[in-house]
Design a binder for this molecule. Structure first.
Ligand code: TRP
Ligand code: SF4
Length: 419
């Protein structure tokens, strides 16, 4: 088969999974320094789209970095700067989204403290990442109070801004779930209005002994343990009640979820569509595996990295046919190339019509095209670091204003506002 030039064009966009424009979006990222393509396609590209549809808050989770690496703090500020330059280079727009640094908004810490008072230890101990990371990162000291509490710190990050939607990867969904449970518990404890509870308790009695006992039991299991199954069963129980007035019925639905006033609304995880960006060795692209292509890399470095990227080992010689399904280069094509190009790769690979370098060439081109504008944008910020500092300063002030409002409400509902 003769060599055909590649019909590759540009990359595809990321789809939004919701179009509810009324809600606030918040997400954070630990300061890990310059970004790689896995973070760009997996997270940042999604932020860039969200910022036009929602009110967005994006922040550098610098306290979170301390929860797993307090021994080495030298690079935090530099990593924050480098990462934010990459956000800006990738198109995160400080005119559209509020960008801030967590530790510049100390209200997060006060809410974390207050939430810690009502959070059962068992809720934190059962968060999957707790035991998981302790087992995996055994070169670190993860036996601290801060590490146990970091999902609660994340809950405070989310709840202080009353975020409705939290774009996260699958590994973080449990943390958003914890935030929901903590919010519900807080509202339950501090959001009750006078008389509400008495009315609800009176309505329970009207259901008859057996149903009343069941309702009380299921409600307790849901509110205290977050048992979703119990919530479903209690709702079904209420729906089946014949002799409740509409008012009592609504009261009991509300009471089931804590009742009373919502001080901290429950957030929803916005699951980011996983763009699987393979690393140069075929493993997941990750800084710790040293298999990354960075967001703005010199063109000759992109060239070199892709040329030496792992391929289907069965294609030892040019004439050996290959299998794109097992080749990380093909997976990278799936991130960047259109169907026509993918076809060209798959057929050329299986028939040995193209060589691996032919296959890699359009990929190198498309990555370098994507990076060109980012390199240029980043350079402007590198040349004027004060602009970056001002963006974060301004964003942090705006975030503080928002956070203070929530905190005032929280303090008042607890009864410590001293006004
Ligand atoms: N824990 C997240 C991570 O490790 C970062 C993070 C901190 C976050 N606070 C958040 C993400 C609030 C979303 C919302 O990736
Ligand atoms: Fe991989 Fe492309 Fe080589 Fe096939 S031709 S083995 S897809 S690099």
């Amino acid at each position: 088969m003769p060599y055909n030039p590649a019909p590759c064009t540009n990359d595809k966009g990321t789809a939004l999974s919701s179009n509810d424009a009324s809600q606030r979006v918040l997400s954070g990222m630990r300061p890990t320094g310059r970004l790689h393509l896995g973070q760009y396609h997996g997270v940042i590209k999604n932020w860039v789209e969200l910022q036009h549809e929602y009110e967005c808050f994006f922040f550098v989770a610098d306290w979170h970095a301390l929860t797993t690496a307090y021994e080495d703090t030298r690079d935090i500020e530099q990593h924050t700067f480098d990462m934010v330059v990459d956000w800006l280079a990738a198109g995160v727009n400080p005119g559209a989204a509020t960008l801030f640094v967590q530790s510049r908004v100390p209200e997060h810490a006060e809410l974390h403290l207050l939430l810690s008072m009502i959070t059962p230890l068992s809720w934190l101990e059962r968060v999957p990442s707790y035991k998981d990371l302790q087992a995996r990162l055994n070169d670190r000291d993860l036996t601290t109070y801060g590490f146990l509490g970091y999902p609660l710190l994340q809950a405070a990050d989310i709840l202080i801004h009353r975020a409705g939607k939290v774009p996260v990867g699958a590994d973080q969904v449990a943390h958003v779930e914890l935030s929901r449970e903590v919010a519900r518990r807080f509202n339950h404890i501090f959001g009750r209005e006078p008389g509400f509870e008495e009315q609800a308790e009176a309505a329970i009695k009207k259901m008859g002994k057996k149903a009343a006992r069941m309702y009380t039991d299921l409600r307790r299991r849901y509110l205290e343990k977050g048992d979703a199954d119990a919530l479903e069963r209690a709702r079904a129980l209420l729906t089946a009640q014949q002799n409740l007035s509409v008012g009592d019925s609504e009261r009991l639905f509300g009471y089931l979820e804590g009742g009373g006033r919502i001080i901290l609304p429950e957030p929803q995880a916005l699951l980011t569509r996983e763009a699987k960006v393979p690393g140069l060795d075929g493993e997941k692209m990750s800084k710790s595996y040293q298999n990354t292509i960075r967001l703005r890399e010199a063109p000759e470095v992109v060239d070199e990295k892709v040329r030496t990227m792992k391929t289907d080992p069965a294609r030892a010689r040019r004439n050996d046919p290959g299998n794109p399904e097992v080749c990380p280069v093909y997976t990278l094509h799936e991130v960047y190339s259109d169907p026509e190009c993918l076809d060209w790769v798959a057929q050329g690979c299986r028939s040995a019509g193209i060589g691996c370098l032919d296959c890699k060439k359009p990929l190198i081109d498309v990555i370098n095209t994507e990076q060109k504008v980012m390199r240029e944008r980043a350079q402007q910020f590198e040349d004027q670091p004060d602009v970056v500092h001002a963006i974060l300063q301004e964003g942090s002030e705006k975030a503080r204003d928002e956070a203070r409002e929530t905190l005032d409400d929280v303090r008042a509902s607890i009864g410590i506002s001293y006004k």
